[in-house]
Design a protein around this ligand. Sequence first.
Ligand code: SAM
Length: 233
Amino acid sequence: MSREHWERQASNWAAWARTPDFDEYWKYSPAFFELVPPPRGRTLEVGCGEGRVTRDLARLGHRVVAVDPVAALIRLARETDADNDYLRCDSAALPFADGAFNLAVFYNSLMDVDDMEASLQEAARVLRPSGTLCACVTHPIADAGRFESRDADATFLIEGNYLGPRRWLELPLVHRDGLSMDFSGWAYPLEAYFRALEDAGFVVQCLREPPAADEDQRWRRLPLFLMWRAVKS
Ligand SMILES: C[S@@+](CC[C@H](N)C(=O)[O-])C[C@H]1O[C@@H](n2cnc3c(N)ncnc32)[C@H](O)[C@@H]1O
């Protein structure tokens, strides 16, 4: 379901992600990279899209293998960056040996994969003992509801359930400055992520809910993203 969604969105996503200073990545990713340990051994990026996170990891000195199931995005990533390896595969079935990586990165992809729990189990398998996992997801609170307006003091409304099984969020197409993107995807309560980490043998070292650094006061009142660093125990 999710892979088909991303195959349909591939060209929208590539334009969206490759427009400098356009989306939230440019504002929030510095807080994420503060959690990322220094390069050591090989780094895996899961759900790399067109490759911008891998290119930024490489700038920090990481030697990266990046994976995504969408052929068009892998092709774009390879065309832009010949120094790192890009491979088409699913996060729940990684074609790597046990313990092959020192660090696994999921940047805004864990809520997009079809099997979040199996993907964390696979990440744990391909990490060496004491290896690190760093992730950023849409904050479960942000997925649970919506602001009623764009006003700084807008009410945030949660209709239906926050707790419960994961659900597919059918979101309206976003249009901005001539670009469009459909961000529909899976939504989970906080506990689902942290139970899956626990079951995969990860211990969380630190967690961040960075406030927006821009003029949108609403996302200073509530977190749009959740980031963490965990270690394979
Ligand atoms: C929001 S994009 C993030 C891309 C990149 N990490 C970034 O931040 O620019 C989510 C990515 O997850 C990928 N994805 C979806 N299902 C996946 C799966 N089963 N395994 C690995 N990646 C998947 C999508 O193809 C898409 O490239």
